[in-house]
Design a protein around this ligand. Sequence first.
Ligand code: C2O
Ligand code: CU
Ligand code: CU
Length: 550
Amino acid sequence: MYTKISSCGTDGRMESAMTHECVTGRREFLRYAAGSAAWLAASGALLDSFAGEVRAASLKSSEPDLILALTASRSETQLLSGEPTGVWRFSARVLKGDGASVQRSPGGYLGPTLRLKKGQRVRVEFNNQLADPAIVHWHGLHLPEAMDGHPRYAVGPGKPYVYEFEVINRAGSYWYHPHTHGITGRQIYMGLAGMLLVSDEEEQDLRLPQGESDLPIVLQDRTFGRDNQLAYISGEGNVDRAGSGMMGGGGMMGGGMMSGMMGFLGDEIFVNGRRNTVFPVASRAYRLRLLNASNSRIYRLAWGDGTPLTIIATDGGLLERPERRAAVTLAPGERIDLFADFSNKSVGATLAMRSLAFENPMGGMMGGMMQQGKLPSGAAFDVFRIRVDRRERSSTRLPERLAAPPRLNEEETVNFGSPRLFRLTMGMMRWGINGRTFDMDGVADDEIVKLGTTEVWEFANDASAMMAMPHSMHLHGAQFRVLDRTSSGRQTGLRESIVDAGLKDTVLVLPGERVKILAPFSRYAGLFPYHCHMLEHGDAGMMRNYSVRA
Ligand code: C2O
Ligand code: CU
Ligand code: CU
């Protein structure tokens, strides 16, 4: 059986006119189909959003605790000396509730950091002021389908989309970004991303560094072309700027096609939307929340002075206890929280966060191509610097025990001996999953899971050596546990520094590796994407839906 909900927008770019047709199509569909209640609720929310008056059924009776207005629009900012740079950015305002829920990110192009609390009922009134369709995804949050930002809910220019949800996630470092079909890479690249931090009581009781000593740190890479403008891949398979292109261009393939295959790598590192970022700190303990929001770059992070990194949280929140590691691999989409104590440092001291060199994990043709460009994959570079600029006495200590993440037991899975297999594939120069590429509303037989069950999924990156690349696999709608990682590939430096602990929503799968995860599908039925978070791979079709059914 092959389920197809509607046929619109299944491939190519979704144009604004197309969006409208899609909605009409869905209305037709709804009239004739006796869909499940969840379906009707979800699609109903979409239709209502065009009138700007969505009220999710479950929240109809209760007023939200927090109401935010969130806008995506074009803007300009001074990133380099000389001409200002055109960017696309999120801005937010608190319409009701705690004013501290929105914290501006000064100086760069990033959207504000949103601070939510577990249990909070939130309404976000999104307004798309871009020239393209857009929809916002709350990466890592567990939400009903219509609130999750599936690309099929994209709204056209000038259109609103209203989100209403309850925050059920545990405390953690999540993020938000557009999820528009085929152009997510460009939209994030132009500046549309921000952090979303959730707190809860369990975390508050630990008295971890807070306020000014709780720092969101967003890692990205960017390339500039003429007049200080951001350069990305153009639709025609070339690079926006004049010249040879970010991946070396030329050869048999244009830069666009190559980037679609390889992933975009920028020439220089931007942290919190700024170049050469230095964080002025006090001589005290900090919580550093690192997010890799780069389109395709992988980092291998380490302190410049060789101090081990103290990891306190991964994608889905705090670990049971801190882990110390010499270096940490951070793939696109992943987060890691560090505890960093600068209390022994004197005023004026500086410390670099480095990305260490690694051997490119792909051989053959791919490996060769990844070596090109100004800042090739696997190059060593400084990511940001810390500078101690004031003394401060504080008694913040790192607890031995941090939190009790929900237990996910192998025995409770419905398919322990025979994992659901997802082969990461390449066909016709396009990445796919089990040989398939994205189909907006489609889901295959082997992509249907039962609501309330826990499953083992296995990602197999056994591509031939010539076509192998790392992939950063992400699931919407579930925080999972990494069960097992087996590899037949060579050692690369990246592998030794991968942290699989805690709850995860994104996991790096290196060439030659098989990674098993244990994922619970609880609470919400619906259609959710899973995909490679190397944004060019996802946009080129390395994305599929899975369907959770009651
Ligand atoms: Cu952060 Cu489906 O993405
Ligand atoms: Cu996501
Ligand atoms: Cu990929």
